[in-house]
Design a protein around this ligand. Structure first.
Ligand SMILES: Cc1cc2nc3c(=O)[nH]c(=O)nc-3n(C[C@H](O)[C@H](O)[C@H](O)COP(=O)(O)O)c2cc1C
Length: 219
């Protein structure tokens, strides 16, 4: 599979088979993703992969905890076109599993499934020092995408999850992160359950006219 094929194949997977990827595969993905570019080659990521009992313990602790307040994933009062894109993405996802607009309990249950890594047998946490800035957040994003593409090329499935920032303090303690580190993002990793309806849905993309421009080229 070449890069373009891996890019096309990758999508967020929200239902997994119980099969556990082996340690060598997970370790290889973590290591190779670190080939990602980073400003000043700082490589500001710290990555933990959990499965089995350590994963179950963290999930149980999170399930018993209240979300923390300092966990905003989007700017407040989101404006257009982002507001509509986000809204439509959510509606499409809920529609794919037959959850209607007014079915609040089912929507909350879907949100809660984030807290079980959507049943993935491996959960990754990507952490970074709190004192890092926007440029290093960008580096983490590049690491994340590198990881997801490599996983995709190996037939593995992923879902990046900002959700875990809701439990950043609890996780930092449970995962024994060094002082001053915070959870930036989590990621579900495993093999896709292709029979699950939620996995058959694909997100759309804005057309390039909405965000791209070429100047000075001869067509
Ligand atoms: C940084 C980041 C955080 C995300 N957080 C969540 C999340 O908490 N829960 C979730 O279900 N999906 C999450 N996603 C997945 C996005 O919803 C998804 O990438 C987007 O809808 C595009 O769909 P695709 O990944 O299938 O192409 C996240 C993606 C990124 C990059």
């Amino acid at each position: 599979m070449n890069v373009e094929q891996a890019l096309q194949a990758r999508h967020s997977v929200r239902a997994f088979l119980p099969r556990v990827p082996d340690a060598a595969t997970v370790s290889d993905l973590m290591e190779k993703a670190a080939q990602a570019a980073s400003g000043g080659n700082m490589q500001p990521w710290r990555v933990l992969a959990l499965t089995g009992e350590p994963l179950a313990e963290v999930l149980a602790a999170v399930a018993a905890a209240e979300p923390e307040e300092s966990s905003i994933s989007y700017p407040p009062q989101l404006w257009e076109p982002y507001r509509s894109r986000r809204f439509e993405n959510g509606e499409d996802l809920y529609r794919s599993i037959g959850i209607g607009r007014d079915n609040k309990p089912a929507r909350l249950e879907q949100l809660a499934r984030n807290g079980r890594f959507f049943g993935a047998p491996v959960g990754l946490f990507v952490a970074m020092e709190q004192r890092m800035g926007p440029a290093q957040w960008m580096d983490l994003g590049i690491y994340l995408q590198s990881f997801m593409l490599l996983a995709s090329a190996k037939g593995l499935a992923t879902c990046a999850q900002g959700f875990w920032r809701r439990y950043s303090n609890l996780l930092a303690e449970r995962l024994e992160l060094p002082q001053g580190y915070q959870i930036a993002v989590g990621m579900a990793l495993g093999y896709e359950d292709c029979s699950a309806p939620i996995n058959s849905w694909r997100s759309s993309r804005a057309s390039m006219e909405q965000w791209g421009e070429l100047k000075g080229f001869a067509f």
